[in-house]
Design a protein around this ligand. Structure first.
Ligand SMILES: Nc1ncnc2c1ncn2[C@@H]1O[C@H](COP(=O)(O)OP(=O)(O)OP(=O)(O)O)[C@@H](O)[C@H]1O
Ligand SMILES: [Mg+2]
Ligand SMILES: [Zn+2]
Length: 577
């Protein structure tokens, strides 16, 4: 029995058998059916995605005894000769080794004569971008005055390197890289017809290693069969290709989630002890984090995730442990690490550094979040960090939800008096900002007391409702907590601040102001202008120690301290040296 390598044995013989290039095959079939075949085509795309295959099928379709047909029979003389590469009218030329002008001159001579036995002469010029400039010019002359019944197919992995004048005379087809699903599907089909038992995990490893090229996928399958025989196991393929076990990636994810440098170093140590290639590991990590990022953004069942069905729950699980921003950051760090590993000596050092950066990257996350908030952006669910990354982030109290609903005013009006609230028993505590539960708001007593004093003041319950409606913004919540009192006068909702809080009163960004206005309107039931005012006369000079105490109570300052673990070294008044 003659042996044929798998990729050749399973070369598609009809347009319908070509996987994943329907945009090309459909257009070609239409052209054949409507008798509008062009003189020149460019088939562009990465290696092993079906360019030569499609070119041969087109040649057969044009010259089949039953044709021209979109469905060549593959049994007539013409079809068989083309398949065998012995047809006189179908010339396959490798431009990489025939790149000179002489070859193209020869070619022009050849195409000058009518086809010997068929309807068309088909010239398949492989690696067409490798032609020299003179050869390209000679080819161009031919394309400018195309001989009757000659079809040129320029197959290339680098269409951008073809000269513009040639490109403009040919119809361009962009063959796309094949997806993980397309490659693994084809591997499975072929394994079945070869009576091969292969683990789904092994198929996945092969399909991923193929990186979009079906020929590469099939060559790898061939290697795996030579290595493992009729039963191909996951571990064997990993061993063959030097691909790390998925459990190593689990360990990596654990180490990052736990922010444990020790575990990361242990992981590198183990990889080296096992004789793993660190660069391969890094590539695998990139692939894994890319999958996690896609799973996080599009969901784990997205077609864009390069993983078999049974791995997807695990991806969902991993992805849920990090915020989207974290995953993006990890992905970038890994790409940089990969670059370092490739270009610099001492891969161990660079991998360790890369993993350390991964572990520390998460600590940076809250900074962006906090800065965003300082700019008045509302916290988004996306930005919320998973519990593992920040210590002591607890869920918001359940009543936070009801307090911000339509019946808020009534619900809050029934709440105990402000003095009781200060004691903050869980059942009666005022709703805290939902996203920032562990960061205590500054004591509500300032507002509570002043609201009681305020002549013509707003009912405490209404102010509470406004606060409840704005609890998702740490900035606005803090802002309201610092107000000394508020009142409604002449269609204005006035918020008063003491003069030492001037900076706070002035810094509220427009969007935040707009949110405040909306909340006031909802609670009060009428549109009001929101004005921020400074108390006149009340502003006694604050002593240094008191200033420091207030600063320490400030929720934003506290959040900063808690997240970044800093210390307040000195508190200065604005303008003070
Ligand atoms: N789209 C596809 N559908 C089915 N099989 C394919 C496809 N692409 C590649 N193959 C398999 O890979 C083998 C090589 O494909 P082909 O020669 O068409 O690739 P190519 O795009 O011309 O690659 P290169 O740029 O390296 O010349 C085929 O024999 C076939 O087994
Ligand atoms: Mg080819
Ligand atoms: Zn035929």
């Amino acid at each position: 029995m003659s042996y044929k390598v798998i990729a050749r044995k399973y070369r598609p013989q009809t347009f319908a058998e070509i996987v994943g290039q329907q945009h090309v095959t459909r257009t070609l079939a239409n052209a054949i059916e409507s008798n509008r075949v062009a003189h020149a085509y460019i088939f562009s795309g990465v290696r092993g995605v079906g360019k030569t295959t499609a070119a041969r099928i087109l040649a057969k379709a044009l010259n089949c005894a039953k044709g021209p047909t979109t469905n060549p029979d593959n049994t007539c003389d013409s079809c068989r000769e083309i398949s065998a590469g012995t047809s006189l009218d179908v010339l396959e030329i490798d431009a990489a080794s025939n790149r000179g002008i002489d070859q193209i001159r020869e070619l022009r001579e050849m195409v000058r004569y009518a086809p010997a036995a068929s309807r068309y002469k088909v010239v398949i010029l492989d690696e067409a971008h490798q032609l020299t400039d003179e050869a390209s010019n000679a080819l161009l002359k031919t394309l400018e005055e195309p001989p009757e019944r000659v079809v040129f197919i320029l197959a290339t992995t680098r269409a951008e390197d073809l000269v513009e004048t040639i490109k403009s005379r040919a119809q361009l087809f962009q063959f796309r890289s094949l997806t993980f699903q397309e490659i693994s599907g084809q591997i499975e089909r072929i394994a079945k017809s070869e009576n091969l038992k292969i683990d789904p995990g092994a198929v996945a490893v092969l399909a991923r290693a193929a990186e979009g090229s079906l020929r590469d996928g099939l060559s790898l399958l061939e290697q795996a069969m030579a290595y493992a025989g009729d039963t191909v196991a996951d571990a064997q393929v990993r061993e063959l290709l030097g691909v790390v076990a998925e459990s190593v990636l689990d360990d990596l994810v654990e180490a990052i989630a736990a922010q444990s440098a020790e575990r990361a170093f242990a992981l590198v140590h183990r990889l080296i002890a096992d004789g793993q290639n660190l660069q391969h590991f890094c590539r695998e990590a990139i692939r894994h984090f890319r999958n996690l990022l896609v799973a996080r953004v599009c969901g784990a069942d997205s077609e864009l995730v390069a993983a078999p069905a049974d791995e997807r729950p695990r991806l969902t699980d991993h992805a849920a442990r990090f915020a989207e921003e974290d995953l993006t950051r990890f992905f970038n760090i890994l790409l940089e690490t990969d670059d370092d590993l490739r270009r610099k000596p001492d891969p161990r050092l660079h991998l360790e550094l890369g993993l350390l950066r991964l572990i520390n990257a998460q600590r940076l996350a809250p900074l962006e979040e906090v800065l965003g908030e300082l700019r008045g952006e509302p916290r988004t669910a996306k930005a919320a960090h998973p519990a593992s990354s920040a210590p002591a982030r607890t869920a918001p109290p359940a009543q936070a939800v009801s307090a911000s609903s339509a019946g808020a005013a009534t619900a809050v009006r029934m709440a105990p008096a402000p003095e009781t609230k200060a004691s903050a028993a869980p059942a009666t505590a005022p709703p805290r900002p939902a996203s920032a539960a562990p960061i205590p708001a500054s004591p509500p007593r300032v507002v509570a007391r002043s609201v009681e004093d305020a002549a013509g003041g707003l009912a405490a319950a209404q102010l509470d409702s406004i606060k409840a409606a704005l609890q998702s913004s740490r900035l606005l919540s803090s802002f309201l907590e610092h107000a000394t009192r508020c009142e409604i006068e002449a269609s204005e909702f006035r918020l008063f601040f003491s003069t030492e809080n001037r900076a706070l009163a002035e810094m509220l960004p427009r969007e935040a102001m707009e949110r405040l206005r909306t909340a006031v309107q909802e609670v009060v039931g009428q549109p009001l202008r929101v004005c921020v005012k400074l108390e006149s006369g009340r502003a006694g000079v604050v002593r240094g120690s008191e200033l420091r105490a207030r600063f320490e109570e400030d929720p934003i300052v506290r959040a900063m301290l808690e997240k970044f673990g800093g210390q307040i070294s000195k508190v200065k008044r604005p303008g003070e040296e």
